[in-house]
Structures are given as C-alpha cells and as structure tokens.
Design a protein around this ligand. Structure first.
Ligand code: SF4
Length: 318
C-alpha cells in the first residue's frame, strides 16, 4: 500500500504554493483520469492538492471572448446557450468527448490535460518513453492501430485524446495560467508540445502552474462551424480521426484530432483554402502529405483525408 497525502485548498494562489513546494504533488479536480492513472501506477504522485473548491466555475463574457473557468464541467459548458448559438464546433466536441456521466464530473481544465490512451503508457510492465524516459517505445513495433500519423517522433507516436482541445485549437482559444511567478496566458496552438526527443513533456506547463481557465474568441456573426468525429463505436469512444472546422466569412480554420500527437491545427489545409476556398480535396491532401503511418495505422491517412473533406463540405461550402 502506498501512503498518500491529501490537502484541500480554497484559493488559486494557495493551490500553486502547495504544488510548487512539493515535486511529488499533483492537482486533483474531477479525477476522471488522474485517479485511474494513480491506481495503475502510471502516475506516482504522493500528495494530492484538491482544487475542486477553487472559484473557477464561472462562464462569462469579456469583450469578444467567452471566459470559461477551468473547473466548469464539460456538460455545463456544452449546455450554455451561447455555445449552442455561436460555437457549435465546441458543443459538438464536448458532447462527442465523453459519456454524460463523465461529462458531469470532468472539468475543462482536466480535459485539456488528459493523458494519452496508448495502452503501453498505462502498462507499467512495458517500455514507454513518456512514462519512463529512455526506456523505449513498445508501440513502434507493437499494437499501434490507434496511434498517430502526424507530429510523431522516433521516441513516441501516442495520439492526443482530447476532442475539446481540437475544437479550441481551431477557435484560437487561449489558456489562462497561474504559476509561482504570477498569471500568464498561452495560445492553445502553442500549449501542447510534440514528442520530439522528450515525450514526457506534453505541455508548456511548469510544476506549480495551475490552469485557471480558457478564453475563447467568439467567431463573427454568420460563422459556421462543427466537429466531425469518426470512431469504432458511435456510442462512446476515442477518435480514430476527427475534424473541427470554423468557417468565418472570409477564412476557414481547421484542426484535426485522433491522428496526431497534439491537437493538430491544419495550417497547410488553411493555406490552400485561402487561395481556393472550395478546394477541399486539395486542402485535405496537402495536410496529409507528410503523414507517417506505421505497419497497422496506414488506414488513418485515408480516413483523416475523408473526414476533413466531409467536414469542410458540411460547414465551409458556400
Ligand atoms: Fe509510450 Fe508514446 Fe511509445 Fe505509447 S507511443 S509506448 S506513450 S512512448
């Protein structure tokens, strides 16, 4: 049996101080991922700082931004009228992201920080560079049907699991943080780190940093948007491929999920669409041109291509 310390905090600054003072501490919010990973030994925190009482549950407007507290649940945000009216891509991604039971417990901050579903990451008897740097990557020659084809490295090919993050990347959302040196903001497009040589580092967060919220710029009136997710089970599953499309008057923003090591902003597709707004096939082809499938996930190249074309045809066609 492992000894575990538990402390509950009431203010964000107190949460940051508690974590910064202990390298073996971790935050606990909804717990829908964190506790699972602790039970199987993948996460080895010895002290949990419970942040569920922090005042981070507001959804407000500030200028043209929707400001969402980190502890707002997925279900509540999906049911906000402004999300249904102005941000259907966000609503679709939230509702597709988990069962209703999980959505009522899981928080926006926790969703953005959820860990990969790579089975080797969750099996401490196997080699995993993300869990144990330098150990190797069992997925390279193992079971990797669900793994990434974009943004991979020779050290890790794990897929980022969040649907929400894909929608927020397409929306140019910004993450609000509070750290030991004070508050700061990071665009979500720069928040996640590809594995490169250091798969263990998944975000720009430093130990002690607390995600306090997300700011989402509201698209212009008349913008069409949506999220298309393809999965093995329609009822509830992680994406094999997904596409978020935000078609403002004059420009189209695109992101892919289920196929990349990070929520993937499809800059190449966007560049094609800037020159030729209806060139959906060319845009999808450009985005997947450098995909690097392995033995068992080559199907994802065509699946992602078709998913993107269908999403563009649905929300970006005139
Ligand atoms: Fe670990 Fe990444 Fe390899 Fe999976 S793909 S075993 S998470 S290093």
């Amino acid at each position: 049996m492992r000894t575990l310390e538990y402390v509950r905090v009431g203010e964000p600054a107190q949460a940051v101080a508690e974590l910064a003072a202990d390298p073996a501490a971790a935050f606990l919010a909804g717990g829908t991922t964190q506790l699972d990973l602790m039970k199987i030994g993948t996460v080895t925190a010895r002290r949990l700082v419970d942040i569920t009482r922090l005042p981070l549950r507001d959804v407000t407007f500030d200028g043209g931004d929707l400001r969402v507290g980190a502890l707002v649940t997925m279900e509540r945000l999906a049911r906000e009228p402004v999300v249904a009216q102005r941000l259907p891509v966000l609503r679709d991604a939230l509702l597709a992201g988990a069962s209703v039971q999980l959505r009522n417990a899981a928080t926006i901050g926790g969703n953005l920080l959820q860990r990969t579903r790579c089975p080797y990451f969750r099996d401490v008897a196997t080699a995993c560079n993300k869990r144990d740097p330098g150990a190797g990557c069992a997925a390279l020659e193992g079971v990797h049907r669900n793994h990434a084809i974009l943004g991979t490295s020779p050290h890790c090919i794990a897929t980022h699991p969040s649907d929400l993050a894909v929608a927020l990347v397409a929306l140019d959302a910004v993450v609000r943080l509070l750290g030991p040196d004070g508050p700061r903001t990071v665009p979500l497009t720069g928040f996640y780190l590809p594995p490169d040589d250091t798969p263990r580092l998944e975000t720009v967060l430093r130990h002690g940093d607390l995600v306090t919220g997300v700011d989402i710029p509201l698209p212009a009136q008349g913008t069409r948007s949506g999220y298309l997710k393809v999965r093995d089970r329609a009822s509830y599953d992680f994406a094999l491929a997904s596409a978020a499309v935000v078609a403002d008057p004059g420009r189209t923003r695109v992101a892919l999920g289920g196929v990349a090591t990070v929520p993937w902003r499809a800059r190449r597709a966007e560049a094609v669409l800037r020159e030729a707004p209806e060139a959906f096939v060319a845009a999808a082809g450009a985005e997947l041109a450098d995909a690097e499938p392995r033995r068992d996930n080559g199907y994802k190249v065509e699946l992602a291509r078709r998913t993107l074309i269908r999403a563009l045809s649905t929300w970006a066609a005139p």
